[in-house]
Design a binder for this molecule. Structure first.
Ligand code: ATP
Ligand code: MG
Length: 365
């Protein structure tokens, strides 16, 4: 039997409550489907600081490096507002991203049919929406040097950030985009601002060259990122995979998120480069939402974002495509049945808590 090594890092706030629902799925898959998941547990965020004085211990970092995939809950909360900057809860996630070299951030925007009518947009704009925003996560203006505030001495200061992209960074993120598109509707739209940015000119050139060299079976289009943002709100269903840089990806994925409604529904994946020998990628899966301290411990958190993150893990780390499809269908089906956690509750629906929602999804799976 294949062994599949998973590291679970539930974190703080509602992280552990959401992770508990994924643990049920793992148990069912091991018992009924011989899935062979071997899970380890670790601490990240405020709970790690309380125990180890660090936002993630070296030992847990080693476990993450050795795992086939990491499932991450959420970190932070008011309890840790005063802790030193280097060991603040978020530093644990940043360390994981950096040391695992997770350069590709996948944020799907999916609108489940049962929720289309509660979107802030017209139902026909979002009904059946299924797009994927792929954001470059380790380069660009977030990390480029120089990055500083200079005192100009005349009562003026200058803030500087530098957008830097090298060919290999654009090649590897666009390769991921084309490969993902092949498993979907075979379309990639690349977004940059080549009209005002040199890095945008290079981005456009390298994406085009990568496409020509290896992926010419995929349909490729280019859009200026500002126009892309507008199109994303006007008619999002025109897209399949959108690939873009770190800064534009940050904004565009938040825009896409709001097309679909609650934060409690949205999963994400962050992938590294394939290992030269085995071809497997380091990967971390996490809900888009944070630790939601305002509702932690009340049993009302929506576990769907975490469960959908596990579905992405099945799909992208273990190639368990049928199981991932079934899990996503199970989520859709409980929503069709009218079950709602508080964050997505509407008239005539049945309000349930975290555990009941998780149980209903396990039941349908
Ligand atoms: P972070 O800085 O970690 O992103 P945040 O404060 O920006 O945190 P969240 O912790 O995600 O954001 O919470 C934002 C709001 O959304 C809160 O009111 C929270 O209760 C709600 N929320 C977030 N996730 C969920 C969920 N899974 N179920 C229900 N409500 C949620
Ligand atoms: Mg936030």
């Amino acid at each position: 039997m294949t062994s599949r090594k998973l590291l679970l890092l539930p974190g703080d706030g509602i992280g552990p409550e959401a992770m508990a629902e994924v643990r049920k799925l793992i148990a069912v898959m091991n018992a009924d489907m011989n899935a062979g998941f071997e899970t380890e547990e670790g601490l990240v965020g405020g709970c790690a600081y309380d125990t180890h004085g660090a936002s993630i211990s070296d030992a847990d970092m080693d476990k993450a490096m050795a795992a086939d995939a990491v499932l991450f809950g959420a970190v932070g909360g008011p309890k840790w507002d005063g802790v030193p900057y280097e060991v603040r809860p978020e530093a644990g996630l940043l360390r994981l991203r950096k040391e695992m070299e997770l350069f590709a951030n996948l944020r799907p925007a999916i609108c489940y049919p049962a929720l289309a009518s509660s979107s802030s947009l017209k139902p026909d704009v979002v009904e059946g929406l299924d797009i994927l925003i792929l954001r470059e996560l380790t380069g660009g203006v977030y990390f480029g040097e120089p990055k500083e505030i200079i005192d100009l001495g005349n009562g003026q200061k200058r803030g500087i950030d530098t957008q830097v992209y090298d060919t290999f960074e654009i090649e590897r993120i666009s390769g991921v985009a084309f490969e993902l598109a092949r498993t979907r509707r075979n379309k990639v739209c690349s977004m940059e601002k080549r009209n005002v940015m040199k890095s945008g000119v290079l981005w456009n050139e390298v994406v085009t060259a990568t496409h020509k060299a290896k992926y010419s079976d995929v349909e490729l289009t280019h859009m200026l990122a500002d126009a892309g943002g507008m199109q994303l709100v006007r008619w999002p269903k025109q897209f399949d995979v959108i690939v873009t840089d770190n800064l534009f990806g940050d904004m565009l994925s938040d825009v896409a998120a709001m097309l679909t409604g609650s934060l409690g529904m949205l999963p994400s994946a962050s992938l590294g480069a394939p290992d030269a020998k085995t071809g497997s990628r380091k990967a971390l899966y996490e809900p888009v939402h944070g630790s939601a301290p305002d509702i932690a411990g009340q049993g009302i958190a929506n576990p769907i974002a975490m469960i959908a993150s596990f579905a992405m893990c099945l799909r992208y780390s273990f190639n368990m495509v049928a199981e991932a499809d079934r899990l996503e269908a199970a989520i859709s089906s409980v929503l069709d049945d009218g079950l709602r956690t508080k964050d997505i509750m509407s008239d005539g629906m049945t309000e349930v808590g975290t555990v009941a929602m998780g149980d209903a999804i396990v039941e349908k799976f």
